[in-house]
Ligand binder design. Structure first.
Ligand code: HAM
Length: 404
């Protein structure tokens, strides 16, 4: 038997797929309310796009890419995340040259060759948004408010962690200070951190190795080295969140796993889903458009991991909906098909193709959670009527077929 690949799941269990589509309905509605519109980009992109954006020093590019040479000898890669493709599309469509504000949302599968475990898949789904053209920290707060609104509407509790990663003014100086610190403890840190020291030193702060973590507790903090502009923005961000009742923790070690961030970085975590607790993450990436050969454009965004949210979603009470139609005699089946087709112009309607007795039709209607069970036999047909039971109110009546 051929099975799905390791770390790649089907979403077919009714309970799970209902949650999945409910999540998308809620998230898309909220994104539209915030003035974002849908963008779709290809799953496959040139490998160079991710190398240059997500960064060669990141685990994603270093270890986790689904990368291959296609039949045309192109080095391509299944997207490990959504931001790079959206930025590529933004530049390719010359929206950077057009200027103005452009706000997009997207959802779809992402691919990372990670070690699968609960909450960590090789193919997973993200819902994300990207906003271009706004330098103001108000837009950073807007992103955080949007995630918070989505989680609130889904009944999901969270902890929000925020940090600032500085900009071109303050980051290089901080990087030098950090490198000196790393050199002072170099004998004690893990091999990954030794590599990070030369590729992207701030990523050491994100190391999961416990010994490294304790060594970095005394490392110089970027938040203490921010330039005036970054510091003002970070203070302002905290004020906006306070004023809008969004609680947060400042996590000076939050550096995010992708290289393109500057200034605001944030992560939403859940304490109820085990070790893979990040349910959303994002931040500002003001240098990325220019880095991918576009006109310099400030940008900020986030992505949420849909699979990690599924078990946390509080589904609204489901009410009975639509029509179940069934025939009691073979001769009535054609009529049922036509009536069902007519009903579907305005309502949900499902019909049973096999003739059955009333009891079995009632069972079928109940199973699909229909509001009405409508049944017809040869007797009803000759009288031009159909029997209808309202399964919510527990009332029944007959209706003329012409009025149905
Ligand atoms: P990220 O933090 O790499 O950010 O991923 C966002 C979310 O995707 C995570 O918080 C997590 O919920 C989910 N996720 C990541 N990896 C996996 C996995 N292997 N299995 C299941 N879920 C996973 C980004 O991808 C950025 N593009 C976010 C962004 C958008 N920043 C700015 N704009």
């Amino acid at each position: 038997m051929i099975k799905s690949l390791r770390g790649m799941n089907d979403i077919l269990d009714e309970n799970e797929s209902k949650r999945f589509t409910y999540f998308l309905d809620v998230a898309q509605n909220i994104a539209r309310r915030y003035g974002f519109h849908y963008i779709e980009t290809p799953l496959l992109e040139e490998t160079a796009l991710f190398k240059r954006s997500v960064g060669e020093s990141s685990d994603i590019v270093g270890k986790e890419m689904y990368q291959f040479i296609d039949k045309g000898n192109n080095d391509v890669c299944l997207r490990p995340e959504g931001t790079a493709g959206v930025v590529r599309a933004f530049i390719q469509k010359k929206l950077d040259k057009a200027g103005g504000i452009h706000r997009f949302f997207y959802h779809g599968p992402m691919f990372r060759y990670e070690r699968p475990q609960k909450g960590r898949l090789r193919e997973f789904h993200q819902f994300g948004v990207e906003s271009f053209g706004i330098e103001s920290v108000y837009e950073d707060a807007n992103m955080i408010m949007m995630v918070s609104d989505i989680l609130k509407e889904l009944g999901i509790g969270y902890r929000l962690q925020i940090n600032s990663l500085g900009d071109n003014n303050c980051m290089p100086q901080y990087r030098d200070t950090l490198v000196s610190y790393i050199e002072s403890i170099e004998d004690e840190i893990c091999e990954d951190c030794k590599r990070r020291k030369s590729t992207n030193p701030i990523r050491v702060l994100d190391c999961k190795n416990e010994k490294c973590q304790s060594l970095y507790e005394n490392a110089p903090k970027l938040l203490h080295s921010l330039c005036e502009s970054c510091d003002n923005d970070f203070e302002k961000l905290k004020k906006i969140l306070d004023a809008n009742d969004i609680s947060y923790e400042v996590d000076t070690n939050l550096v995010r796993g992708l290289d393109y961030y500057s200034k605001t970085a944030f992560e939403f975590v859940s304490d109820n889903i085990g070790s893979q607790s990040a349910i959303a993450g994002g931040g500002r990436y003001d240098r990325l458009v220019e880095f991918l050969d576009g006109r310099p454009t400030p940008a900020v965004g986030f992505a949420m991991g849909i699979e990690r949210l599924l078990e946390l979603i509080q589904m609204p009470q489901e009410s009975r909906e639509g029509y179940y139609l069934g025939a009691m005699d073979e001769e009535a089946v054609d009529t049922i098909i036509t009536l069902t087709h007519k009903k579907r112009a305005t309502d949900k309607a499902v019909c049973e193709y096999k003739a059955k007795n009333l009891k079995n039709h009632l069972k079928g209607a109940d199973k699909m959670n229909a509001k009405y069970c409508c049944v017809i036999g040869t007797n009803e047909m000759s009288e031009g009527i159909i029997w209808v039971k309202d399964l919510e109110k527990k009332t029944e009546k007959t209706i003329f077929l012409k009025d149905f």
